[in-house]
Design a protein. Structure first.
Length: 105
């Protein structure tokens, strides 16, 4: 919500408390999900091209990297902020976490 400039002034997070960190993370992920939905057709076409060029393969519904050397590197690493927000969210009950997600999204 912050990233997408869809916030209300009372809900701008300062990051001073653990709750602010969780709320900001949920807001950022919400914006990224909207971007993901807008880009899904390009993502599917890219996956199709990677399969055609034998860079990846589809096996039992899973995409697997074709790598002859056996060394696999991650394409995407979670940053420290997201990791801390995930750790903090583990302290919430499932009901409380879903309430916060629904309130922020």
């Amino acid at each position: 919500m912050i990233k997408q400039k869809k916030f209300t002034f009372k809900e701008v997070y300062s990051g001073n408390t653990k709750r602010d960190v969780i709320f900001k993370c949920i807001s950022l992920l919400s914006g990224e999900f909207e971007d993901y939905c807008n880009s899904i057709s390009f993502i599917i076409k890219s996956i199709h091209l990677l399969i055609l060029n034998d860079k990846i393969k589809l096996s039992n519904g899973l995409l697997i990297l074709n790598n002859e050397e056996g060394n696999v590197s991650r394409i995407y690493e979670l940053n420290i902020f997201i990791n801390k927000a995930i750790e903090e969210s583990r302290n919430l009950t499932e009901k409380q976490f879903m309430r916060e997600v629904m309130r922020c999204v």
